[in-house]
Write a protein that binds this ligand. Structure first.
Ligand code: PA5
Length: 445
């Protein structure tokens, strides 16, 4: 099995799974038959076997154009419109990807914008790219999100100043709704090449669409293998036998622990390659679960780094959390500790040890310590870190997330809570139409 879920340290009795299995099977049927709440956003469920092949070819062609034309690709988007691409690119490229020579990278550098409203970030990025060949992929399903819209206004101007209108047109790629939104309108008006985010797929479930695939392909990653991973996930995580379905196991494990008042799930990794996978995961579960006062708070910890900070809290703090650890089973490197004649730091006892093997012992030592400290641990064992396995892991989490939402009794496919800040921000920015709220909020500040 390419992804296993190891429950040996989760401290859950099989009867706790059995008593919930019927509910889980019902949730699975509701996802497959599109009979559950939020069923107008279930396009992701069978997308890996139903995706638009023509658009897929066009994505690959656009990625080649980007590689030919640019030293740097700026991906503009926020939330589900950038985290999936960033997660996959970070997982599958060098930790120093942007610093590597082009001959090593074989693809443009990738920068992200529009995921914050920092003037300094935007200013420094524009300055950094002033003398480079730049392409832009702006991504927004609604086409109206403020953060990417601001960043795109600057980059559109930047490209037009640098290359003229026609040159900019060749370097701007737009991923948005098929028919609606300001971005679609602008793309048609300006003649940009566009890619579609299907109506029935929400941002955080959109990695297999052009949202994720275009930047991922432009970074030189094999998107065929990524989709094969998604397809394999679709098939395997539909198996009714609980013992053969790690996705079902993960979904029920979260539910059992949540019902024991473990309100925080910490996704743990032991390799910086997985740092943004955790960010994507936090968005996926945070926006899907957190409704009606319910849901597990999704947190992340990057070990060893966080063993020297959060480790104390995890070991000895309140016992309101559990850990889900992602372990990559294949070695990432064969770098070994070598012998030093003077041995001043006393490390010679490690001579000949692979760094990855030392990391594995850090994992095992931490696992036992945290379990002894009363923290249940579930382990996602990923056979290898490549496009296929990451593609499958994405499906694993998406499916578990949909199942969990239904087990929790919430709609996992909307995000009404995100609107609250937007309304206030618009009012405080004096956006037309928000006058009453502007007055009310300014009174309070
Ligand atoms: O998961 C989601 O739906 C959200 O996180 C969106 O992706 C995010 O708000 C960005 O929205 P849009 O693509 O419309 O700009």
């Amino acid at each position: 099995m390419s992804i296993r879920f190891d429950l040996s340290y989760a401290n859950i009795d099989s009867s706790e799974f059995e008593s919930r299995y019927q509910q889980l099977a019902q949730a699975n049927d509701d996802l497959n038959n599109k009979t559950g709440v939020g069923n107008d956003f279930l396009g992701w469920v069978d997308y890996p076997i139903k995706y638009d092949q023509d658009e897929f070819v066009r994505i690959k062609e656009a990625a080649e154009k980007i590689k030919e034309r640019c030293d740097a690709l700026v991906v503009i988007g926020i939330g589900g419109s950038y985290l999936g691409a960033k997660a996959v690119i970070t997982a599958l490229t060098s930790p120093f990807y942007n610093e590597e020579p082009r001959a090593v990278r074989k693809a443009p550098k990738i920068y992200f914008a529009g995921q914050n409203i920092s003037g300094k970030y935007l200013e420094k990025l524009l300055a950094l790219l002033a003398d480079q060949e730049v392409c832009v992929n702006v991504i927004s399903k609604s086409g109206t999100t403020t953060e990417p819209a601001i960043a795109f206004r600057f980059f559109k101007q930047f490209l037009e100043d640098k290359y003229g209108k026609a040159g900019a047109q060749e370097r701007i790629f737009v991923t948005t709704d098929a028919a609606r939104g300001a971005l679609k309108f602008m793309a048609d008006e300006e003649g940009y090449e566009t890619f579609v985010i299907p109506d029935d797929i929400g941002g955080r479930y959109s990695v297999y669409t052009a949202v994720g695939l275009l930047p991922i392909a432009a970074a030189g990653i094999d998107i065929d293998a990524l989709m094969d991973g998604g397809k394999s996930g679709y098939e395997e995580y539909n198996k009714p036998e609980f013992e053969k379905n790690p996705c079902f196991q993960y979904a029920l494990y979260r539910n059992v622990l949540y019902n024991r008042s473990k309100n925080i799930e910490i996704l743990v990794d032991y390799d910086p390659s997985l740092e943004y996978l955790a960010e994507w995961w936090k968005q996926l579960f945070g926006e899907s679960d957190g409704k009606d006062g319910k849901g597990l708070f999704p947190a992340s910890a990057h070990f060893s780094t966080d063993l020297h900070s959060l480790g104390q809290m995890i070991q000895d703090g309140p016992k309101n959390h559990f850990e889900t650890v992602i372990v990559i089973e294949a070695d990432q490197s064969d770098l070994k500790v070598f012998r030093d004649e003077k041995n001043l730091e006393g490390l010679n006892y490690l001579t000949g040890w692979e760094i990855d093997a030392v990391n594995e012992k850090a994992f095992m030592g931490t696992l036992l310590a945290h379990v002894d400290g009363g923290v249940p641990n579930g382990i996602i064992r990923l056979k290898k870190l490549d496009a296929f396995h990451i593609g499958k892991l994405i499906y694993f989490f998406e499916k578990a997330c949909g199942l969990n939402g239904y087990l929790l009794g919430v709609n996992p496919f909307d995000q009404p809570g995100v609107e609250a800040y937007k309304k206030n921000m618009f009012a405080l920015l004096h956006k037309p139409g928000y006058e009453d709220l502007t007055a009310e909020l300014e009174e309070r500040l």
